[in-house]
Ligand binder design. Structure first.
Ligand SMILES: O=P(O)(O)OC[C@H]1O[C@H](OP(=O)(O)OP(=O)(O)O)[C@H](O)[C@@H]1O
Ligand SMILES: O=c1cc[nH]c(=O)[nH]1
Ligand SMILES: [Mg+2]
Length: 219
C-alpha cells in the first residue's frame, strides 16, 4: 500500500487538523463539519494529481485553447455517518463523480471494549474500471474500511482504489496493509501512534460522528 501522510508537510491543512482536535473548538459543530469538509477538499486535490488526463479544446469568448483535464470515472464511497462531511468535501472537487454510501457502525455486544462492525445499508453503482475513493474520517482499527471494501466486491473491480482518511492510528494502517489489495493508496491527513482499550485513536479527536452530528444512544 502506498501511504501519503499529508501533515508531514507544513500547510494550512495542519490548522484544520489542530481545530478538529481542540476541545475548545469542538463545541462549534458547524466548524467541526466544515473543517472535515475542507480536509476532504485538500485530500481530493492531492488525489486528483494521480488521475489520468486528456486534452480538450475549450472555446473562450475570444479564441480556443487546449486544456488538460482529468478523464477518470470517479466513484466516491463514504461510511455513514461520520463520513458525510468528508464526502461533501471530496464531492466539491470531484463534482461529476458517482456516489456510494454504506453504513458501518460499531456494535458493542457485551462490554464497551469489544465490538463487531455491522453493515446494514449499501447503495453503490457499478465499480468496474472506475477510480474508487473510500472516505472515512477515522481510521482506528481499520475494521470498518475493510468490511466496507468486502461489501463492495460484488459491485465490480475498480481500476484503482484510494482511501481518504483524516486521522489514522498506526495499527489501523497495518490492518489495511494486510487486508486490502497491495495497489491501494492511502491518503491521510494525520497519523497518531496509539489506540486505547475502546478502539479510540489517541490523541485523536474523540468521536467524529458525535462531534459532527450529536451523541447517539447505544442500542
Ligand atoms: O477503524 P475502525 O475501528 O473501524 O473505526 C472507525 C469507525 O468509527 C467511526 O464510526 P462510528 O462507528 O463511530 O459510527 P458513526 O459514524 O455513526 O459515529 C468512524 O467513522 C469509522 O467508521
Ligand atoms: O477515535 C475514534 C475511533 C473511531 N471512531 C471515532 O470517531 N473516533
Ligand atoms: Mg462515531
Amino acid at each position: 500500500m502506498q501511504i501519503h501522510n499529508l501533515s508531514k508537510e507544513n500547510s494550512v491543512l495542519n490548522q484544520f487538523i489542530a481545530e478538529i482536535r481542540d476541545v475548545s473548538v469542538q463545541t462549534d459543530s458547524m466548524r467541526f463539519r466544515r473543517n472535515i469538509e475542507r480536509i476532504g477538499e485538500v485530500l481530493g486535490y492531492e488525489i486528483s494529481k494521480t488521475l489520468d488526463f486528456e486534452t480538450k479544446t475549450i472555446t473562450t469568448p475570444l479564441a480556443t485553447i487546449e486544456a488538460t483535464v482529468p478523464k477518470n470515472d470517479v466513484v466516491l464511497c463514504s461510511i455513514l455517518r461520520a463520513g458525510v462531511p468528508l464526502h461533501n468535501g471530496l464531492l466539491n472537487y470531484f463534482d461529476q463523480s458517482e456516489n456510494a454510501f454504506i453504513s458501518a457502525y460499531r456494535h458493542h455486544k457485551d462490554n464497551p471494549e469489544s465490538f463487531e462492525i455491522v453493515v446494514e445499508y449499501l447503495a453503490c453503482p457499478d465499480l468496474t474500471g472506475k477510480t474508487l475513493i473510500l472516505a472515512d474520517p477515522m481510521l482506528a482499527t481499520g475494521q470498518s474500511l475493510v468490511a466496507t471494501f468486502k461489501a463492495l466486491e460484488p459491485f465490480g473491480t475498480p481500476k484503482s482504489i484510494h482511501i481518504a482518511a483524516v486521522i489514522g492510528a498506526e495499527a489501523g494502517v497495518d490492518f489495511l496493509e494486510n487486508n486490502l489489495p497491495k495497489d491501494t493508496t492511502l491518503w491521510i491527513a494525520a497519523l497518531d501512534k496509539t489506540l486505547n482499550s475502546k478502539g479510540y485513536i489517541v490523541p485523536g479527536l474523540g468521536d467524529a460522528g458525535d462531534l459532527a452530528f450529536g451523541e447517539k444512544l447505544q442500542h
